[in-house]
Design a protein around this ligand. Structure first.
Ligand SMILES: Cc1cc2nc3c(=O)[nH]c(=O)nc-3n(C[C@H](O)[C@H](O)[C@H](O)COP(=O)(O)OP(=O)(O)OC[C@H]3O[C@@H](n4cnc5c(N)ncnc54)[C@H](O)[C@@H]3O)c2cc1C
Length: 281
């Protein structure tokens, strides 16, 4: 039975644009595999400063040519209004009507911040220049953005993006469901009603996960970290434990009203598909 069609919510997968012909071929296989699960859409990241602009667009067009819905990300840091407008025009001319709009992080060694400071300015710019032609997703941080001066200010800044015209949000990944529920409750208390879809990071390799988490401020709870560290190089145990942890997290999120799930796949089908199947999506 295809339960996915009856499920309330948006289930999606995120890729990064591959940079080798072999990576492109592998992503095609990954896409085909995951498309069989009937996600609402795939999204493709965008290197800050426009470093992947051609590959992001190329990857989105490739997924769409295979017959599946795909949304590019676009970041505004280190960019001019003209360059962002040009990119959005290309998206529109390619038939794209769905975006993930971000500030991005300044590439190391790049001195200029460009003409946008925050993602809220990008969202406002898209609405001003392109009206309602794009559905706009923005980022949300249940454990708060690492550069935020305070949790309260980060929430207020999130509201700016919503007021600028975001249609929905995808969160940074987290392993503590309470952080998400608290964030969503705070948003509701501020009158924010857009869907806030949890971002889910499957657990594959501990060293990689620890590196990402240090960079983006997503907490790996001590008990999970200790357990993963203890497995050392035992990949099978890491994956089995990770699958249990992440599936329990997803079940809790969905059972308590999360409006879908967005999987950070790192271009690998296996772990996300295993979670999806175990959840019966
Ligand atoms: C779902 C998702 C997808 C992502 N995809 C990409 C991608 O494709 N490419 C990429 O480069 N990065 C991506 N990122 C990472 C993201 O670019 C970084 O987390 C970045 O540091 C912040 O981006 P943002 O859009 O959340 O920024 P913003 O919403 O602008 O927030 C950034 C910081 O500025 C603060 N702030 C916002 N407005 C104001 C204001 N008016 N005054 C003072 N402070 C303010 C916020 O509190 C926060 O601390 C993604 C993140 C998520 C969660």
């Amino acid at each position: 039975m295809d339960t996915h069609k009856n499920l309330q919510g948006t289930f999606s997968f995120e890729f990064f644009p591959p940079n080798t012909p072999a990576g492109v071929e592998k992503l095609r296989l990954t896409t085909r595999h995951l498309a069989g699960l009937k996600p609402a859409f795939f999204s493709v990241t965008f290197g800050a400063g426009g470093s992947t602009r051609e590959r992001t667009l190329g990857t989105v067009l490739d997924i769409r040519a295979q017959g599946y819905p795909a949304a590019p990300h676009i970041s505004c840091i280190a960019s001019t209004r003209d360059s962002v407008r040009e990119m959005l025009d290309r998206y529109r001319q390619s038939g794209i009507r769905h975006l993930v709009a971000l500030r991005g992080d300044l590439p190391s060694g790049l001195a200029t911040a460009g003409e946008f400071r925050y993602a809220s300015e990008l969202v406002a710019f898209i609405r001003k220049e392109f009206g309602q032609q794009f559905r706009i997703e923005v980022a949300a941080y249940p454990e708060y953005h690492p550069q935020a001066r305070s949790a309260q200010e980060d929430l207020a800044n999130f509201r700016r993006k919503v007021e600028a015209g975001a249609d929905s949000a995808i969160t940074q990944y987290f392993y503590n469901a309470d952080a998400y529920f608290h964030f969503v409750d705070q948003c509701a208390a501020m009158g924010i009603t857009i869907p806030i879809v949890p971002g889910i990071m499957p657990i594959g390799r501990f060293s990689q996960l620890a590196r990402f988490s240090d960079a983006c401020g997503a907490e790996i709870p001590r008990w999970i970290r200790k357990k993963l560290e203890g497995y050392v190089d035992d990949t099978a145990s890491i994956r089995a434990f990770g699958l249990d942890v992440v599936c329990r997290l997803c079940e809790k999120l969905l059972a308590n009203g999360a409006p879908g799930l967005h999987f950070y796949t790192l271009n690998q089908a296996e772990l996300s598909a295993a979670i999806w199947q175990r959840l019966g999506l």
